[in-house]
Ligand binder design. Structure first.
Ligand SMILES: O=P(O)(O)OC[C@H]1O[C@H](O[C@H]2O[C@H](CO)[C@@H](O)[C@H](O)[C@H]2O)[C@H](O)[C@@H](O)[C@@H]1O
Length: 384
């Protein structure tokens, strides 16, 4: 995603993080660090001190009052949301077929997508877990296959490519192993760009930096509180925390959710969202994967003429809906939900699993805009 207009300072993440907060995002309690962007902070369009569309601190009360569906207040809703994000059984085939009429296969619709991309700058955004890697019981073992890596690498050779994930940046970088990509870790709260030898360009945005000490305290408190719940696990994703339910007996989900909420009562500046058998604890700032996508598009210079740019976002989870929604609201780009089960989504298209994601990426990597239509896609029914 190198764009010469964009960034600049020869500044690594560690160096930038060590800088005093520039006050850019010092709006009602939040400070953040931004480096890059044509050498100034101005191109973000942020009026002095107030983040136009990111980093705004929401007081706990305001956060609760305005809580969108993913931001939860009641224990049973937490449990329901986790269950809905990772259903144990999928409904009947005809229900799935009806859903795919609303959200057709991105593979079956490849020619349509290719036609929409013709003459445009495609910018790729991909989630990691459940999209590039299969969902597994142990979060430390969620590796992507070498074939998937090759497919992502090929796509990134042709199109600016970013990974947008709930994972901390260090972890996802080690899993993906492609330094040429952009990474937005911690649900977009930690954004960096490629760091090559020739071009030490690093783009950095950490709108929740002031929360690090609180996150650290909350991590310790959650580990302590959940230590007696068999199978529970707390993952430190730097700017947010994941409490994993996957290996916990479903009968104990409510009590685990209650423990998490009890800890959170001591941290009013943090809030909960849910994902696939996971509860995410994150700073109460108005920042999410959708904001990260907007930030990248804007700061990399792909926002000037929206008619010439086609962002494509592939993701599988509730937190990816923020990005799908942004694309839908902009009336620009294509959202692709990875799911074997019908789900309420703002994505336009669907793919069933990471294997289909790989197939799609392979085709995209081979796509020749001068030769269309592309080779016929195989017919699709739900995999059993
Ligand atoms: O935004 P993502 O890249 O999708 O990250 C979201 C969370 O993904 C991971 O958890 C999920 O995948 C695990 C490994 O397959 C699985 O065990 C877990 O049940 C899933 O929720 C990751 O471990 C979390 O930290 C991320 O926040």
């Amino acid at each position: 995603m190198t764009n010469q207009d964009v960034v600049v300072p020869d500044m690594g993440i560690a160096a930038a993080a060590a800088l005093p907060p520039p006050g850019l995002f010092a709006c009602r309690g939040v400070a953040g660090a931004v480096s890059s962007l044509r050498g100034t902070y101005g191109s973000l369009g942020l009026p002095g001190g107030a983040a136009a569309d990111g980093g705004e601190f929401r007081s706990p009360v305001a956060a609760a009052a305005n809580a969108p569906p993913g931001r939860t207040s009641c224990t049973s809703r937490v449990v329901e949301a986790i269950r809905a994000s990772s259903p144990a059984r999928c409904p009947a085939v005809d229900e799935y077929d009806a859903w795919t009429r609303k959200h057709p296969s991105a593979l079956g619709s490849f020619d349509q997508i290719a036609a929409a991309a013709k003459g445009k700058r495609v910018v790729m955004f991909m989630d990691y877990d459940g999209t590039l890697s299969p969902i597994v019981a142990d979060p430390d073992m969620a590796f992507m296959t070498p074939e998937m890596r090759a497919a992502v690498r090929n796509v990134a050779k042709r199109f600016p490519t970013a990974i947008v994930t709930g994972r901390c940046i260090e972890k996802v970088c080690s899993f993906v192993g492609l330094p040429e990509l952009y990474y937005a870790g911690s649900h977009g709260m930690d954004i960096k760009g490629p760091n090559s030898k020739e071009d030490k360009t690093v783009l950095l945005l950490q709108p929740a930096r002031e929360f690090l000490p609180v996150i650290d305290k909350a991590y310790k408190a959650l580990v302590e509180k959940t230590k007696d719940t068999t199978g529970a696990r707390v993952e430190n994703n730097k700017f947010c925390l994941s409490v994993h339910f996957r290996c916990v007996d479903e009968k104990s989900w409510s009590s685990l959710a209650e423990k998490v909420k009890a800890v959170l009562r001591d941290f009013p500046e943090l809030e909960l969202t849910e994902g696939r058998k996971v509860v995410e604890v994150r700073p109460s700032i108005m920042w999410d994967k959708g904001k990260a996508v907007e930030f990248l598009l804007r700061s990399l210079g792909f926002d000037d003429d929206r008619t010439n740019v086609l962002p494509v976002y592939i993701g599988d989870d509730r937190t990816d809906e923020d990005a799908f929604k942004v694309l839908r609201e902009r009336g620009q780009g294509i959202g692709i939900l990875v799911s074997k089960c019908p789900k309420e989504t703002d994505a336009t298209y669907s793919l069933q699993d990471p294997t289909e994601v790989m197939e799609f990426l392979v085709r995209l990597g081979q796509w020749n805009p001068l030769r269309s239509p592309s080779p016929a896609a195989r017919p699709r029914g739900r995999k059993q």
